[in-house]
Design a protein around this ligand. Structure first.
Ligand code: TYM
Length: 355
């Protein structure tokens, strides 16, 4: 029997345009795995965007835009299966089934849930109305588990912030299999501990779409320079211990916002340029101005082909809609097979009408 190809799955919420955190945390891995000829499922998690919704947002439009950016980065809908989460309703059916075995206490340990509670500053008891978090947000790791398990993924390329959610998917799959005494769900691998976490331009631990601290993949040169120039570099360089110029050694010794600039430089510029600026830092030269203009140039060189490909006449809303239809057809049979076997394992039985 020939070994089946490794199955990869990952998704991104359409809560804004792709930024460098998304690129280096996720999309770069998507591209490497696609290039290895593996079976890759990449989707836009439009239902996940609804977990904090307050008013109508045109997610359909933002999703199309994000898919054009996927293509502009090099994701190829002929090689990878690229779709919208909402075009695969079997996922929500599986999420419902998994929700039956997900304890509230388990979900309350989810990082997104805990961060949201902390940001609202309400505590889990909430105000007069009780805990204000939506059922959808608390349950979002269950939906994410369904996304992963429905295609029997082996590997889930994500940034560090999603590592715990992948672990929750593994836990749910193991619990399902042991409770219903069948190996119905395939257990994916855990995410490596050294997964990427790109800091925000404000020096905070994570670049994020809603944090107003991101550098966008489609930002034009003027905006790139403006954002980089605005980064706080008021403090004088401090000492850096050790001779090594390895980004993972030197960056943690810098003030966070300066470290964010160096991290981006390490990702977009050649090694000698990075090391040259580490030297300037060690020698405490006056260099922040040139660091910023040099970084902006490298970022713009990195961005330019993506921006050009985003605007290509072969990459339009019409071409995206066309491949979405084709690719939803490719993933649907796989997803239905999983959800049907879960129904069977739980005792509901297979659907009587589904083809
Ligand atoms: P989301 O939309 O917040 O982020 C999408 C991907 O980008 C990565 N990422 C980062 N990586 C490094 N540094 C950063 N600053 C940074 N910011 C974002 C994230 O780790 C992620 O890989 N729940 C998920 C979406 C999702 C999903 C899934 C992912 C839904 N279903 C199934 C994988 C598998 C989310 O909100 O990611």
């Amino acid at each position: 029997m020939t070994k089946k190809s490794e199955v990869i799955l990952s998704g991104i919420r359409p809560t804004g345009r792709l930024h460098y955190g998304n690129y280096f945390g996720a999309v770069k891995q998507f591209l490497d795995l696609q290039a290895r000829g593996l079976t890759c499922y990449y989707f836009v998690a439009d239902y996940h965007a609804l977990t904090t919704i307050k008013e109508r947002v045109d997610y359909a439009q933002i999703t199309l835009d994000m898919l054009r950016t996927y293509v502009a980065c090099g994701l190829d809908p002929k090689k990878s299966i690229i779709y919208r989460q909402s075009d695969l309703p079997a996922t929500t059916e599986l999420a419902l089934l998994l929700g039956m075995i997900a304890n509230i206490g388990f979900l309350e340990r989810g990082t997104t849930y805990k961060d949201t509670i902390a940001k609202l500053g309400v505590g889990e008891a909430g105000g007069a109305e009780g805990n204000p978090i939506s059922y959808g947000l608390l349950g979002s790791p269950v939906l994410m588990a369904a996304d992963i398990l429905i295609v029997r993924a082996d590997k889930v390329p994500v940034g560090d912030d999603q590592r715990q959610h992948v672990e929750m998917a593994i836990d749910l799959a193991q619990k399902f299999n042991s409770r219903f005494q069948r190996e119905v769900l395939h257990i994916p691998a855990a995410v490596a501990r050294d997964a990427v976490r790109l800091p925000g331009l404000d020096g905070s631990a994570k670049m994020g779409k809603s944090e107003n601290n991101d550098l966008g993949l489609l930002d034009d040169p003027k905006l790139v320079l403006q954002k980089i120039k605005a980064v706080q570099t008021a403090t004088d360089p401090g000492p850096i211990e050790g001779e090594s110029n390895d980004p993972d050694r030197v960056i943690p010794q810098m003030p966070p916002s300066v470290g964010a600039l160096y991290r981006l430089l390490s990702l977009t510029a050649p090694k000698d340029v990075f090391e040259d600026f580490v030297g300037k830092y060690r020698r405490k030269e006056k260099f922040y101005g040139t660091l910023k203009t040099t970084l902006a140039e490298h970022v713009n060189t990195f961005n330019a082909p993506i921006i050009a490909a985003y605007h290509s006449p072969h990459n339009t809303e019409a071409t995206v809609k066309e491949f979405l239809v084709e690719n939803a057809k490719r993933v649907t049979p796989v997803a239905l097979e999983t959800v049907e076997s879960c129904r069977e394992a739980m005792g509901i039985g297979r659907s009587l009408y589904r083809a």
